[in-house]
Write a new protein. Sequence first.
Length: 204
Amino acid sequence: MQPMTSISELESHYGAPSTASLVKETDRLVPVYRRLIEASPFVGLATVGPDGLDCSPRGDRSGELLRIVDDHTLMMPDRRGNNRIDSLRNIVTDPRVALLFLIPGSGTALRVNGRAIVTADADLCRSFAVEDKPPRSVIVITIEKVYFQCARAIIRSELWNPDHYGRAATLPSAGEILAALSHGQTGGADYDSQWTERAKSSLW
């Protein structure tokens, strides 16, 4: 197997990008891109740091995922989780971030690249409170690039095809995964049976 090792080699192999793939890129939010973000309840947050890369799923109720401050600025609350803070560690050491927004039922994904900071400003965190529970911190993103991704990947994967949803029932549960990786020290059936109630009390 011979790897490609230069940009020129890649460009020669793939050819010139289409006009549409170039004109769709902006350096700020335009009205059509704003509508896509406002409709999205889920985003993948990619970061980079001294220990490598990380991509974290972020989801929230409609309208709660993040705040559009202006055409150049987004704010994303860091809701409750497992306190690994992998994404936040990376942002503190390297501000580069990439976001991939998905919209259920839509073939269009939206990509945002930029730079971020993490703040625990008390007033700002309180402004993102849900059920009187503020996030521990807020990620403030300065936009550098925005563009939509065509629907080919979602079409090929049949991501929103409900006929595929039954597959989840055949996959290992969180409790089973934890038990396997910890040699039975944590996880298991009790972890799974308690998950629903635990999630209800710790979503925000």
